[in-house]
Ligand binder design. Structure first.
Ligand SMILES: [Zn+2]
Length: 461
């Protein structure tokens, strides 16, 4: 009975999740603001004083490490945050791509062709399907007509627009102007500390302290503006990032020309994950690359590990080279392009960002050690009461961040169920033993019956 009760509770938690996704949307759903500071490595929070950001998550929740998607680059991860999909599923696989069917090339500075983005629908489109207004200030992909639609309000990407200008527009879009109601979902993107992380390297404590002070001042300005406009306390605010940053060095270069001649391949993307199209024989080129360097792993497309979720898309090239943390792949020469870089294996802590959240739907003072970045999408759908599109995420962990949700520790619940099963087995064995002792009298009679039957019936011989 206890087991059935526990199972019922667990199933009840699941039913609650399914039920919430189909409940009618209430007009009072709080607005949601998603903010990304590009390249904010999770351990910056421990290494640098960030008083504004710390007071923000002390009033809400902090996920210390967000396990992001491979490859740990800006565009793939920003699209994963708003779709809940791995890169192989949404199709924005890298900063540089080639599509063998359309024969088009993609680069982050020339990314406005919707064909690249149409493998998914971002939350700003899905929220509009539910009748909610949406807005975006420079979020990657937000100025592209995905499925023929942009957010209700957006900027064309322009890196010279200041944080203050982006913030002022976002708050105005959330407030509405009297004629038009405020939007319910808004995104805000800022290029730092990524830019400085590349330039100085994350180990440069002096330079990173300076830029992170600026980032923390921006968080302070954001909170002040939300308070000034009366949005603070009424809006659910998520502050996060796309990836971390690793320290690179001129002593950690991997030269492709030491292994094969440039005539043998075309480079689509180079470092720290190279995407190559062999000129002729893939196997022969792969044979030259697989032992090229002890700090680089070569994969034929069909051998890319499942855990990377980076295989099932035509834009993944026939050969992928993955550099070890802090190593840089170059075609030739000894010049280090950047002192800091990202894109490496998404199991590396240095590649992980964080997630902080505060608002009426979030718990206060809660910390989670980790969460998958694809779980942020179903969490945001839950906050907006918008039905999520099919995605790779789950609410099972993310629901713990929410005040109104029951939160089950899955290992603890599994341990409880296993313990109850063991107890039930022990009780059953004991019960059978006691019963067999009580009925031990008739056994000789049963044996006698069998003997008699055998003797009487020759067919049994
Ligand atoms: Zn970057």
């Amino acid at each position: 009975m206890l087991f059935v009760f526990l199972l019922g509770l667990l199933c009840g938690a699941g039913a609650s999740e399914a039920g919430n996704s189909t409940r009618p949307r209430l007009p009072s759903v709080p607005p949601l603001l998603l903010v990304s500071f590009d390249g904010f490595r999770a351990d910056y929070l421990r290494r640098f004083a960030m008083p504004n950001l710390k007071s923000l998550y002390n009033e809400g929740v902090l996920v210390e490490q967000l396990t992001n998607v491979f490859i740990t680059k800006t565009f793939p991860n920003h699209y994963s945050l708003v779709t809940g999909l791995y890169a192989e599923s949404h199709g924005i696989l890298a900063s540089n791509m080639y599509d063998p069917v359309t024969r088009k090339h993609f680069h982050v500075s020339d990314s406005s062709d919707p064909a690249w983005w149409d493998g998914a629908r971002p939350l700003w489109v899905t929220a509009q399907d539910s009748g909610l207004g949406t807005a975006a200030a420079m979020w990657p992909g937000s100025d592209v007509a995905i499925g023929n639609r942009t957010p209700t309000h957006f900027f064309h990407y322009n890196s010279t627009v200041t944080f203050r200008q982006r913030l002022d527009n976002v708050t105005q879009w959330m407030l509405g102007d009297g004629k038009e109601p405020g939007v319910k979902f808004a995104t805000l993107y800022w290029e730092e500390p990524d830019r400085s992380g590349h330039h100085f390297g994350p180990d440069n404590a002096t330079a990173m302290a300076a830029v992170l002070k600026e980032v923390d001042d921006h968080v302070g300005a954001l909170v002040s503006e939300l308070k000034r406009t009366g949005l603070w306390g009424r809006v659910n605010l998520l502050v996060t990032s796309d990836h971390g940053m690793a320290q690179c060095s001129a002593q950690r270069l991997i030269r492709l020309d030491r292994c094969l001649h440039p005539d043998n391949y075309t480079v689509v993307d180079l470092t720290p994950v190279a995407a190559l199209i062999p000129t002729n024989d893939s196997q022969a080129v792969f044979a030259l690359l697989k032992n090229c360097h002890p700090h680089m792993t070569a994969y034929l497309k069909e051998q890319i590990p499942e855990r990377l979720h980076y295989r099932y898309n035509r834009r993944v090239q026939p050969i992928i080279l993955v550099a070890d943390e802090g190593w840089t792949i170059v075609e030739t020469g000894d010049r280090l392009p950047r002192l800091g870089d990202h894109g490496y294996d998404n199991s590396l802590p240095s590649m992980h960002p964080f997630l902080a959240a505060v608002g009426p739907d979030f718990r206060r003072g809660l910390r989670l050690p980790s969460l998958s970045s694809v779980d942020v999408y179903p969490l945001m759908c839950r906050l907006l009461a918008v039905p999520p599109r099919p995605n790779n995420g789950s609410l099972s962990q993310a629901r713990c961040l929410l005040e109104a949700e029951r939160c089950w520790d899955v290992p603890l619940a599994a341990g409880l169920v296993a313990g109850v099963l063991l107890l039930l087995s022990a009780v059953t064995v004991l019960f059978r033993f006691l019963r067999s002792r009580r009925h031990s009298g008739p056994q000789p009679f049963q044996r006698l019956q069998i003997d008699l039957d055998d003797d009487d019936d020759p067919l049994l011989e």
